[in-house]
Design a protein around this ligand. Sequence first.
Ligand code: 4NP
Length: 160
Amino acid sequence: MPYKLLFVCLGNICRSPAAENIMNYLINQHRLSEHIICDSAGTSSYHIGSPPDSRMNAAAQQKLQIKLRGRARQLQISDLENFDLILAMDRENYEEILYLDPTGKYQQKVRLICDFCSKHNLKEVPDPYYGGADGFNLVIDLLVDACEGLLKYLPKTPIQ
Ligand code: 4NP
């Protein structure tokens, strides 16, 4: 059974699709696609069905030469059962995820993605939606750092 990762932000059009696509890029580079699979979701319903934001896509193209794939969907309670590790972009996302788990059954599966960064000190991936290109570039830098850290961490993690 492959290890299943879910990346979560608010809209599922900027940060979490970028995380999913960056992680897939690293997984392919390391020939791990049979062992780790990725998905993403948003805590809100705002952008259900939309492709990744064009500004997020431009930053990913410019920095990594990757095109962001996927369509936004909303996080569901069943995701807590179905995924092995759920990565929140910021504390608000983290709280929203745990809100779906009132008994705390899945709490151990939920982490802030910046916990896996080793080069950056920020604790959250800032929401870039209302800002400029710098914010989108910072998202890419933070997520490359975090996803590289995740890749090192995963093989040592027992599947729950
Ligand atoms: P994301 O960015 O959570 O990284 O996908 C946002 C996208 C949309 C909105 C906020 C953040 N919005 O308010 O519509």
